[in-house]
Write a protein that binds this ligand. Sequence first.
Ligand code: FE2
Length: 447
Amino acid sequence: MKKTFLVVIMLFFQITFFILLESCASDTAGAHHYNFNTTDESGMPYPDVSFAVLSDIHTFDPSIHSPKSEFLQKRLHGSKLFSDSIPLLDFAIDNILASGVSFVIVPGDLTKDGELTNHQITAEKFKRLTDAGIAVFVTPGNHDINNAKAVRFTENGSKQIPGVSADKFAQVYKNFGFSSVISRDANSLSYAAEPVEGLWLLSLDSCRHSESKNRSSPYASGRFKGKTINWINKVLSDAHKNKKAVIVMMHHGVVEHFRGQGKSAPSYIIADFNNVGRLFASWNVRVVFSGHSHTQDIARADFGGKYIYDIQSGSTVTPPFCPMRFVELKDNVMHIRTVFLAENIYPDTDFAQEIYNLHRAAIKAPLISKMRSQSIKRAEYELISNAIADAVIAHNNGDENPANRVRINVSALSAKARSFYKKYSEKLDIYWTDIPPGDNNISLNLD
Ligand SMILES: [Fe+2]
């Protein structure tokens, strides 16, 4: 979500420590090299085809939890619409069935926290698509595997329930990518498939689930093992030899989606992202579909004549809009269309407005509480928390328009309010700056 943003806000003083931890861990990725393609060949054009992107669906079955649990009482409409995750998935699938697409890609975080039961529900829902002849390809997210937070919420706390291992994940989703592979990496859940003639889809497992087994929560950051990079080298080279166009899907991003993301929010972008992006671009992979940050954004990186777009999709359970994407490739142009599920899931109701208000209140609440504890007056804490909520929502929704930003006259603030606001003002500048191209509805020429 603006997960990114809230984490940055709330853990302001802990970030440096996390960066150190992440960079130490990245060093253990294992022996590998990046087999860059050094020719200037332009690669194969993409075949004409259409597909859908469903990201971070975070399936959560409320029926197994106590309705009196604190989680169900308080957390349902904050940053993720867990209570509506299954109706939202059903509605997304209805949209896909009516769309005429050939296949669907799902770049990770299929469940709230890797619960077996929620994976099984998700797989059952996907069967509606495969039964209709629409192939589904999944890749894991950081929440999905070896997650100790797989629990049932009770009246007095929580109880552990079965999660899934990597093998179990591949088994549950065997009909959604894993049984129709061209190649499968022996060291991760990465695979290559050919959803339509001439197009290879690399579903890359960027998550650190094998290192997360004995942790209280799984690593949120992403990286490839050295052996997986070697496998990616081979698949890219094979695709080139076989004259296939390639798209990539993975949970973590490959291109920075805002200035300094690699340093200020490293958990959201793959370790060594510059080399990984350069590798893909060198083999004429022009698009990567990512998820993870629950934010609609498209960013491009250029590497001496080659380029790559990172098309990051928001989450179907992230208020206020709950996006999903439809993609049409025609004459080597990628036409991207975004559908906001929240607007139409419950017609003739105030659902969209209600979740907008709840989401906004959830962003503001911790900020207000902090400012009140510093005796900042109401008019000032309302002004500042509204400015931060505006930035978070605009950034998550994509196509940020700085003209909509309400500027704060810092010199008119009290000393305490000014000091509080200054900690966030640079982040607000960053969040209101949309790196080109557009994010929601756009056509990208892939020549
Ligand atoms: Fe997620």
